[in-house]
Design a protein around this ligand. Structure first.
Ligand code: SAM
Length: 194
């Protein structure tokens, strides 16, 4: 409980320092984290998480039994990245780098592509060009048929319609999680054509 309180305090501190980058009033609840990690297990291939923050979703991913050496994180905030390094199993790879750089940093180490990209990024509040770069980065990393998983607090999918059309994405509506501040819904995006 104390660890949760201090993580919450850290999250709020980083939010006050950098509201546009954090762009959420609280870390994801355990229920939302579990919904984001649904379908992952000990035999899932390499996974990438964008914007892990204090690591709520990261821990839910690891609790599925995914070996820690199959998980790579991209977290831009220095304090949050340091916290992740201090609290997660050492085999998890942590880049304190923008998600946009993931393909350049990872493609050689993941020749068959990622089994999923799990994103806690505030995609809808980002400028168009940045969001486009991040979504392109995710699909460059993903194995054919593998999903980009993203939650949103709003009533619409967390990617704009023009981007969904441009990339020819199939949109799958996942779980709605009421026990989260605010309530959220999980979406999965699949590319129809590579
Ligand atoms: C809304 S918080 C989500 C934190 C966590 N995933 C959760 O659900 O509790 C967004 C996180 O994305 C990080 N972030 C924002 N833009 C980023 C980028 N371009 N690359 C990597 N991380 C980024 C922020 O620093 C922050 O930790």
């Amino acid at each position: 409980m104390t660890a949760q309180v201090s993580e919450f305090a850290m999250f709020r501190r980083r939010l006050l320092q950098n509201p546009r980058q954090i762009s959420a009033i609280a870390p994801s609840s355990r229920e939302l984290a579990n919904a984001m990690a649904a379908g992952i297990g000990p035999h899932t291939g390499p996974m990438v998480e964008f914007g892990p923050g204090t690591g709520r979703i990261t821990r839910a991913i690891l609790e599925t039994g995914l070996p820690p050496d199959r998980l790579t994180l991209f977290e831009l905030d220095r304090e949050l990245a340091a916290h992740l390094g201090a609290t997660l199993p050492p085999a998890v790879t942590i880049h304190q780098q923008p998600a946009q750089t993931a393909p350049d940093l990872m493609r050689a180490s993941m020749p068959k592509g990622a089994a999923a990209v799990i994103s806690g990024l505030p995609l809808l509040s980002m400028p168009n060009a940045v969001r486009h770069e991040i979504v392109m980065a995710a699909f460059k990393l993903l194995a054919p048929g593998a999903p980009l998983v993203q939650f949103t607090y709003g009533p619409r999918p967390p990617l704009p319609a023009d981007l969904i059309a441009e990339l020819d994405l199939r949109v799958e509506k996942g779980a709605r999680v009421l026990r989260n501040l605010p309530p959220a819904r999980v979406y999965r995006f699949y590319r129809r054509t590579p």
